[in-house]
Design a binder for this molecule. Structure first.
Ligand code: ZN
Ligand code: ZN
Length: 360
């Protein structure tokens, strides 16, 4: 991709003061529309042609006719049963030109296959971040910085109160609890795409070699991750376990599985939850979880600001999340900034939608 970029002069882009891309890319009730290409990015309603940034359910909806996405995201959509009628895989850094718009996808560091969308039309470059993070994640390609004139950023954690601790330290807290309570099953609530696999991989990297028991709802997605070479170690299906063999083991289930009957049979479980929301600590306690692991797949306040600055953008559009503080920050730096009203993103997966909070 670097090669391609150098050959075509993508980097070190010329300044374009005064040209507003809103004349060719703009929000509609269906989603962000790229007019010359005739396609929507992460449309929340069924669309003829779409680019899908990643597989979370609020970004990758079912029913689209034609979807352009990374091969991994198309595979994730298959697991989620939201496969488009026709899927066109575009690997990171490759580009296609549709209606004069040059389109390429670049790693967003959010979950397996997640991509930012780079759009270039008549010399103007717009990058749509999708969901992203800058922190290291051993289960997906790292975020790639893509210079642009206009940066469309998510803002899930766009407030100074949001500063995520290192995920490794949070996993350390889980392992410490296992050491402290070797007779208790440790049940971790984690979303099925991204969070669950990241928790497992981090446990492996921290030296936890025991089999990990996973809920049926996570099984297929974990298998997909394994199939693309992300080593999750030995996984076992929770439904196959006898309660006694779960003592001292790590179990993973989607957060909404907490109401299921099998939980009652667990040997004095330690309930944990993995999520980026700082306030999850409070909610976790309300739900009876003892251990709130702050592990986020979204950029925190520092990463959002860093990224906005590093893209070198002249214009910032802020979507789904906490827009106001980021807009203020950008304007202070001379960047023209506004909120882009896109409804329909819950920042979560199916499970989270009901909790009102997302895949964070
Ligand atoms: Zn997401
Ligand atoms: Zn999102």
């Amino acid at each position: 991709m670097k090669q391609q970029a150098a050959a075509t002069g993508d980097y070190g882009i010329a300044r374009l003061a005064g040209r507003d891309p809103a004349r060719w890319i703009y929000p509609t009730p269906v989603g962000l529309y790229v007019e010359p290409a005739g396609l929507y990015i992460d449309p929340m309603r069924v669309a003829e042609r779409a680019i899908v940034t990643h597989g979370h359910s609020d970004h990758a909806r079912g029913g689209h006719r034609h979807v352009l996405a990374t091969p991994e995201t198309l595979a994730v959509m298959g697991v989620r049963k939201v496969k488009p009628k026709s899927g066109q895989a575009l690997a990171s850094g490759e580009s296609v030109t549709v209606g004069g718009v040059r389109i390429s996808l670049h790693p967003a560091g959010h979950v397996l296959g997640s991509a930012q969308v780079r759009l270039e039309w008549q010399g103007e470059v717009v990058v749509v971040s999708g969901d992203y993070k800058r922190a290291a994640d051993p289960t997906c390609a790292p975020f790639e910085l893509v210079p642009c004139h206009t940066f469309v950023t998510e803002a899930t954690f766009g407030l100074p109160v949001y500063r995520h601790p290192p995920a490794e330290a949070e996993i350390g807290r889980l392992l410490a609890s296992l050491t402290l309570f070797p007779e208790r099953a440790h049940l971790v609530g984690a979303y099925s795409l991204g969070k669950a696999q990241r928790v497992i991989r981090l446990l492996r990297l921290a030296g936890h070699e025991r089999p990990i028991w996973v809920h049926q709802a996570l099984w297929e997605m974990c298998a997909l991750y394994q199939s693309v070479g992300i080593d999750l170690g030995e996984l076992r299906l929770l439904a196959d376990a006898r309660p006694a063999e779960l003592a001292g083991e790590v179990l993973l289930a989607p957060p909404n599985a907490s109401a299921e009957g099998w939980l009652a049979a667990l040997p004095e479980p330690v309930r944990a939850v993995a999520s980026g929301w700082v306030r999850v600590r409070k909610r976790a306690t309300q739900q009876g979880a003892e251990l709130a692991l702050v592990i986020s797949d979204h950029a925190d306040w520092d990463e959002l600001r860093q990224t906005i600055v590093e893209t070198g953008c002249e214009r910032l559009w802020v979507t789904h999340g906490e827009e106001a503080a980021l807009i203020h920050f950008a304007r202070q730096r001379g960047i023209e900034a506004r909120a882009l009203s896109l409804v329909g993103y819950s920042d979560g997966e199916d499970e989270k939608a009901e909790a009102g909070e997302g895949d964070a």
